[in-house]
Ligand binder design. Structure first.
Ligand SMILES: Cc1cc2nc3c(=O)[nH]c(=O)nc-3n(C[C@H](O)[C@H](O)[C@H](O)COP(=O)(O)OP(=O)(O)OC[C@H]3O[C@@H](n4cnc5c(N)ncnc54)[C@H](O)[C@@H]3O)c2cc1C
Length: 408
């Protein structure tokens, strides 16, 4: 049995590793290297993550065992403690904000009072949209002052016109007892990525190389045509596979598939994805792992102090902005941040955040059903059109492997 996987990002590579013992596996990748949006360029001996600053962790033991036992041994990873901060009301306060009310109280006692009052009086019932969901979970003040403006930046749209359906178990929520502990003691939050792993080599590419080991990958091989001929999948009129997995963009898939239904072609047009622009900086040095910028006065939504992920540390950070932002504007924004020195590189990624707008709920399940019925398997952040981190891509690769092997 021959398995074709379109895309050699984390999802394609993981599925390839999981299936290569049972099937003849081949990956087709349009670009000249593997890694997808988790790709890295090394500058000044520091890993410049072209899209964000990928750190690894998982709540799933199966994923952790796979990564540490079969891909890159655990002793090859540093265990790093997240030490993030938020630039809020022109002050640096520790992340997460729900545990920094004492710090807010020091510069604005009234704001701290309103946060606490509204947190405990929030009506934690069902909410009809994302904006209402933030109010229901965190209270009016934290929602209005922090969560809603930050999410407006990430999604490039009003959270009140976004679905709240996807948010459950994706965004961490602090329950009132935990919040109280944060107020009266120096308790630590229990959120994901409180600790994370980063390769001891000082570069996440080591992980990608280990994931790609022994895989047959055709680089520089963009898939422009997918066709089902009898029982076989035919790619670009020349390659044949018994099973096919697509990890590229669900929005683009209907235009690649011969004889795709018109309804699905039209549905795909309504899917929205946000691009991200990144800049890589030399800095004066920071103590934290990353900094959030929730407020309107900065275009950046996050600066990742990537030099602190590695040993020996270097003074470098990566800035993220949603949208297609010119290098001149990135430089301009950088001047507002006192610890940033020189912009050394920049990058634009067309696909970064799938948007959960009003079309999402009606269109995505319909498209998934259509491709499933046609035995074209979807996988990954853009293949499945979900808010997946690397660990969830691996988890989903496990599920898909089982499904494919069941029908073999
Ligand atoms: C800003 C940002 C920060 C992030 N930070 C983290 C983090 O800290 N930790 C974490 O775990 N996750 C993080 N993530 C999520 C993580 O990047 C993704 O979950 C993961 O990289 C997605 O991998 P994928 O293989 O599903 O998709 P992709 O990486 O998009 O891979 C798909 C591949 O398919 C190829 N392809 C597409 N179309 C075709 C075609 N027609 N023919 C051939 N090849 C094709 C593409 O070139 C690409 O290589 C972050 C994401 C973003 C946007």
């Amino acid at each position: 049995m021959k398995l074709g996987i379109i895309g050699a990002g984390i999802s394609g590579l993981s599925l390839g590793q999981l299936c290569r013992g049972s099937m003849d596996v081949e990956l087709l990748e349009s670009s000249s290297s593997y890694g997808g949006i988790a790709k890295i360029r090394t500058i000044n001996e520091t890993p410049y993550h072209l899209t964000g600053g990928h750190c690894f962790n998982s709540k799933n033991d199966k994923v952790l065992d796979f990564v540490f036992d079969e891909v890159l041994a655990k002793d090859q990873w540093n265990h790093v403690r997240r030490n993030a901060d938020i630039f809020f009301k022109k002050k640096s306060i520790p992340y997460p904000i729900e545990f920094s009310i004492k710090e807010i109280h020091q510069f604005d006692a009234d704001l701290a009072f309103r946060i606490v009052r509204d947190f405990f009086s929030a009506n934690r019932s069902k909410s009809s949209n994302l904006g209402e969901w933030f109010k229901s979970q965190f209270g009016e003040t934290l929602a209005n002052e922090y969560f809603i403006p930050y999410n407006e930046k990430i999604w490039g749209m009003d959270p009140f016109s976004m679905s709240a359906q996807w948010v459950h178990d994706k965004l961490p929520v602090t329950d009132p007892k935990n919040f109280l502990e944060g107020l009266i003691a120096d308790g630590e939050d229990t959120m994901p990525h409180r600790h994370f792993f980063y390769p001891k080599s000082g570069n996440m590419t080591t992980f990608h190389d280990a994931l790609a080991k022994n895989l047959k990958i055709r680089l520089n091989s963009p898939v422009g045509k997918i066709e089902k001929r009898g029982a076989m999948w035919v790619i670009n009129e020349q390659l044949e596979y018994d099973h096919l997995v697509f990890t590229g963009s669900l929005k683009k898939l209907p235009s690649l598939l011969k004889d795709c239904s018109e309804e699905i072609v039209t549905a795909a047009k309504s899917l929205k994805v946000n691009p991200v622009s990144n800049a890589f900086w030399s800095t004066k040095g920071r103590e934290t792992t990353w900094t959030y910028f929730p407020e309107e006065d900065s275009l950046f939504h996050r600066n990742i102090h990537i030099g602190n992920f590695i040993n020996p540390q270097t003074n470098h950070s990566i800035s993220e902005v949603v949208g297609n932002v010119s290098p001149e504007t990135l430089k301009e924004e950088g001047r507002k941040v006192p610890y940033l020195n020189e912009m050394l590189d920049h990058h634009y990624a067309e696909n970064a955040y799938v948007v959960f707008d009003e079309h999402y709920q009606s269109v995505v399940p319909k498209m998934k059903q259509y491709f499933e019925k046609n035995d074209l398997h979807l996988l990954g952040r853009f293949g499945e059109w979900e808010y997946y981190n690397m660990d969830v891509c691996i988890e989903k690769a496990f599920e898909l492997k089982d499904k494919i092997l069941r029908v073999c």
